[in-house]
Design a protein around this ligand. Structure first.
Ligand code: 9MR
Length: 746
């Protein structure tokens, strides 16, 4: 041990509050697991990986890290044979220096043996003068083969890392995580529309109405009123009041709302931000593209080489075999969008994402407030801009071409079906740029649900691309019809819920909603009696599909119903189809009115779903569609008000859209927007939605910080919290549709 004066950096800002808490109950049961973390005379039992030389220097363990390695785990200093207990809380602490400065070390506690599970990890950037680091986590499993490892590879140049006072203590009290939620007046931190609803929430102990004041950028009060006490909000556990300042019709930037001695974060009253968000939320897709270089001139700060085109170390998506025993051909399944923060590409999920983007475009053609020009050629700064095709269609086509490639070729068993997904044979760590992913890529078995996702979106594409590319429209329609017939012939080949190694499973136990969706799209495009009869006979057609959670990649009936209600067609009983959408909207409006945070989401038992932000936006989408159908203002206002929640009017006082609001999500789980792990990488681009609160907290970071969390609080903006803070193509599609709707109301 060397004596040094350092600052305790703690776990980054997010745990700062916890560190300020008094020490736990006497620490009597605390047990040190590390043998020799002080390096007074020797480095035993620490080991280092090949290429790393270590020496004890001045009471520290110093390691010469070679340059020119690709991954963090290419240069390791570690300690094995640790026994960890599931559910037990541990504190990992150490001090470290890095010379030259700014190199990153990935400190991992996990399994020392296959499958090398990570129980906890953190990646601080080291300084020359050194810092002390301390973190608390809860072990998710029992093992006697645990390990602490400091992974220091992945740097072009050689550097030196010195470690000291390494400690792993068991039996510590669990972390008390207290998020910094800022001022108690909660507003949409981005913008309210001048002619739209304006609502806010005040968190307070007060039970009687309080005065509020709206102030403009100059600090003058421009409106006043009184709050409405709402009691305890179940979704947050807080006592709250609501504020309605909708009677104010002025506009401008930099307003604040003041109540109970607190001043909200600033916001605009303007439609401008929504016109920008409409485009940014759609621009998100270009940077998710696989199989193509991302051009720095089109996305400054986000340029990168093409991923998975067969250039080493990638194995490429141009000739991908099936999992052993599934098929004996290989397919070119290059292109498409990466699903999320991983490098997988899934037909189920690619489907709903493509549908919602195409519906954003189709709404612009038919809705009373639609503005087709807003999505015209040249709006999204993509390589196809300038080809006279609306950019949103060019972007969606990138995915559609991939979906078509996933179809089983004629002459093969299950011809016409679609493979469920293609992804790595094993999960990879973070960060990892797409072009550096070395893992084997594999096609997974065809499923009925994937096949119907293909049928639905290819049929929808056939009508929308016809004016621009007749040959592509024909090709898409043929593929859709083929897929439809294949699905009818194999109606119950459902995805294996356990097929989740190296990629998501996207399981589903019921394909009747996918059948309905595909039949509806085929009918809307062709008018054929076969599809019409199927739609009319399907029990899904008349079922109440408007459940509290809303629609998503697994619950796709709405993707049929909403289009039947809004895309011109002559289906018998069309009136009741439209009426059913309005009934759904009424349900969600009732939820919204009863909710002190003004959102159309109140899941059963307050269990927030994985990706709750998108569920909320999709419920708002249903309300907005009721406005498109009826022109009634309450639906328009309800849909707009729902956006407030996602943009800051929430218990955490955070905007879940990067770049939109004063305090926003920026560390969404992604292998390439991994700035939190590697400062040379960017955060996600502006207009990226985070999944948001998820009561089931499946990842270790959420499990160590959020155990026992209430609804809205089940979220942390940490890159390793993949169950609360990922980005995905389907969630951004929900944002894009709603942003486009809002922009049209300006
Ligand atoms: O969004 C998906 C969520 O609804 C599921 O509950 C979860 C577990 O199956 O998977 C989510 O999807 C992930 C997918 O499996 C892999 N890519 C990232 C997706 C977002 O987290």
């Amino acid at each position: 041990m060397k004596r040094r004066r350092t600052t305790l950096l703690g776990v980054t800002a997010l745990l700062a509050a916890a560190l300020a808490l008094p020490a736990g109950p006497a620490g009597a049961d605390e047990v040190e697991l590390i043998q020799n973390g002080t390096f007074d005379t020797s480095s035993d039992p620490w080991w280092s990986s090949a290429g790393v030389t270590t020496a004890v220097e001045d009471g520290e363990l110093c390691a010469a890290i070679p340059g020119g390695t690709a991954n963090r785990w290419d240069a390791i200093v570690g300690h094995n044979d640790l026994t960890l207990q599931a559910g037990q809380t541990y504190r990992l602490s150490f001090s470290a220096t890095g010379t030259p400065a700014d190199h990153v070390v990935r400190a991992v506690v996990g399994l020392a043996v296959e499958p090398y599970d990570t129980y906890f990890e953190v990646s601080p950037q080291l300084s020359v003068s050194g810092n002390d680091y301390s973190y608390t986590f809860t072990a998710p499993a029992d093992t006697a083969r645990g390990q602490v490892a400091f992974q220091a590879g992945g740097s072009a140049d050689a550097w030196k890392m010195c470690l000291d006072d390494i400690s792993l203590v068991g039996g510590v009290p669990p972390e008390e995580y207290e998020p910094d939620t800022g001022p108690r007046v909660r507003v949409n931190q981005v913008a309210y529309l001048p002619n739209g609803p304006k609502n806010a929430t005040l968190v307070t102990e007060a039970t009687e109405a309080l005065p509020w004041e709206l102030r403009n950028a100059a600090g003058s009060a421009v409106a006043r009123g009184r709050t409405v006490p709402r009691g305890t909000d179940a979704s947050s556990g807080q006592n709250v009041h609501s504020v309605d300042f909708g009677s104010y019709r002025g506009g401008g930037k930099g307003f604040v709302l003041v109540a109970d001695g607190e001043t909200s974060r600033p916001f605009d009253i303007s439609a401008e931000a929504y016109r920008k968000l409409r485009l940014d939320s759609l621009k998100f897709y270009y940077t998710q593209r696989s199989g193509q270089e991302i051009r720095e001139d089109l996305r400054p700060g986000y340029g990168r080489p093409a991923g998975h085109v067969g250039v080493e170390p990638n194995q490429g998506d141009t000739e991908v075999p099936c999992l052993p025993g599934v098929c004996d051909y290989a397919l070119d399944v290059s292109g498409g969008w990466y699903d999320a923060g991983d490098h997988g590409k899934y037909v189920v999920n690619g489907g709903i994402s493509t549908w919602e983007l195409l519906r954003t475009y189709e709404r612009s053609l038919y809705a009373r407030t639609g503005s087709p020009g807003a999505l015209r050629d040249g709006t999204l700064a993509i390589p196809e801009s300038g080809n006279k095709v609306p950019d949103v269609l060019d972007e969606a086509r990138w995915e559609l071409e991939f979906l078509l490639r996933m179809q089983v070729p004629a002459g093969q068993p299950l011809a016409g079906m679609a493979h469920h997904k293609i992804h790595d044979a094993e999960w990879t760590g973070l960060p990892l740029m797409p072009h550096l992913d070395p893992k084997k890529r594999e096609l997974h078995p065809p499923t009925t649900t994937a096949t119907l996702n293909l049928a639905a979106t290819a049929a929808q594409a056939a009508r929308l691309y016809k004016p621009y590319d007749k040959a592509f429209a024909r090709k898409a329609l043929n593929a859709a019809r083929t897929a439809w017939r294949a699905a009818l012939a194999h109606p119950d080949i459902l995805p294996d819920p356990d097929d989740g190694i190296g990629g998501g499973a996207y399981p589903d136990t019921d394909a009747s909603d996918e059948f309905y969706w595909a039949a509806a799209q085929l009918y809307l495009t062709t008018g054929d009696g076969e599809y019409e009869r199927f739609v009319l006979k399907s029990p899904v057609h008349t079922a109440d599909i408007w459940n509290p959670l809303g629609f998503d990649w697994q619950r796709t009936a709405a993707a049929g119903r909403l289009d039947l209600a809004t895309v011109p067609n002559r289906l018998p009983g069309l009136r009741s189809v439209r009426a059913s959408v309005v009934q759904g909207a009424e349900k969600y409006l009732t939820t919204l009115r009863e909710h002190p945070y003004g959102m159309p989401y109140a899941p059963k038992d307050n269990v927030y779903d994985w990706g709750s932000n998108a569920q909320i936006l999709n419920n708002a989408h249903v309300i907005a569609t009721a406005y498109d159908l009826t022109g009634e203002r309450r639906y328009r206002d309800g849909a707009l008000q729902s956006l407030d929640y996602v943009l800051g009017r929430n218990a955490l006082n955070i905007s879940y859209v990067t770049g939109y609001g004063d305090v926003t999500s920026v560390n969404q789980h992604s292998r390439w927007y991994a700035r939190q792990l590697d400062p040379s990488l960017p955060n996600p681009p502006a207009g990226t939605l985070s999944g948001g609160p998820n009561s089931s907290i499946q990842d270790p970071v959420a499990q160590s910080l959020l155990r026992g969390c209430t609804g809205q609080f089940c979220y942390v903006d940490d890159i390793q919290s993949w169950s609360t803070n990922e980005l995905t193509i389907n969630w951004n599609a929900a944002l894009a549709w709603m942003a486009s709707f809002a922009a049209d109301q300006g």
